[in-house]
Design a protein around this ligand. Structure first.
Ligand code: HEC
Length: 171
């Protein structure tokens, strides 16, 4: 290689290094922008999500969920009157009571909904007694009926509606 060629090579090499350095700076700046864009977008998105989920955002515990469901049913159907209490009873029964009173295999330990023989002597005690025992809890020969079926968020009326629903099935 001649001296002249060395010079040309050195100049081209320096130029290439310079171009690479400039590109690195450009990429760095672009990356910075892109990152801050993502952050802004993520913030916007989480704000949007918060907005969309707001109406149900109050649900914090599994236990509360039942209450929300029940309240929704009460709110929607109560004004219609008539059938409303039956629907509330079914909703409460399905979500809270069925775990014990809707398992045929447990018939020996828990009076099952629809089991007329199991319910006849209970119904004889009077509906107010059944309401009271379902609301406050009851220790009988078969076992323990926990107060409000262990869901303290149920109102008296919701528990009563569920009792009505059970009684209606064996009458
Ligand atoms: C953890 C299980 C369990 C859940 C949940 C449960 N029950 Fe009971 N329930 C029982 C048992 C056990 C008995 C029987 C008690 C006895 O007579 O020995 C009973 C009895 C009853 C009785 C009859 C009480 C009486 O005086 O004879 C009623 C009414 C009743 N439950 C209503 C409900 C309603 C309404 C719900 C839902 C809100 C519910 N139960 C949820 C276990 C449960």
């Amino acid at each position: 290689m001649s001296k002249e060629q060395d010079k040309i090579f050195f100049r081209n090499f320096s130029l290439a290094l310079g171009v690479i350095a400039v590109m690195m700076v450009v990429f760095f700046v672009i990356a910075q922008f892109a990152a801050s864009d993502d952050e802004g977008e993520a913030k916007m998105r989480s704000a949007e999500v918060a907005k969309i989920t707001e109406p149900v955002g109050q649900v914090t515990a599994v236990g509360d969920e039942v209450e929300v469901v029940v309240e929704a049913v009460v709110a929607e159907e109560a004004p219609a009157g008539g059938e409303a209490s039956g629907d509330v009873g079914k909703t409460v029964f399905d979500s809270v009571c069925m775990g014990c009173h809707g398992i045929a295999a447990m018939a020996a330990m828990i009076p099952q909904a629809g089991d007329a023989a199991a319910w006849a002597p209970r119904i004889e005690k009077g509906i107010e007694t059944l309401y009271n025992n379902a609301i406050n809890g009851f220790q009988g020969d078969m076992g323990m009926m926990p107060a409000r079926g262990m869901n303290q968020s149920l109102s008296d009326d919701e528990v009563k509606a569920a009792v009505d629903y059970i009684v209606k099935q064996v009458q």
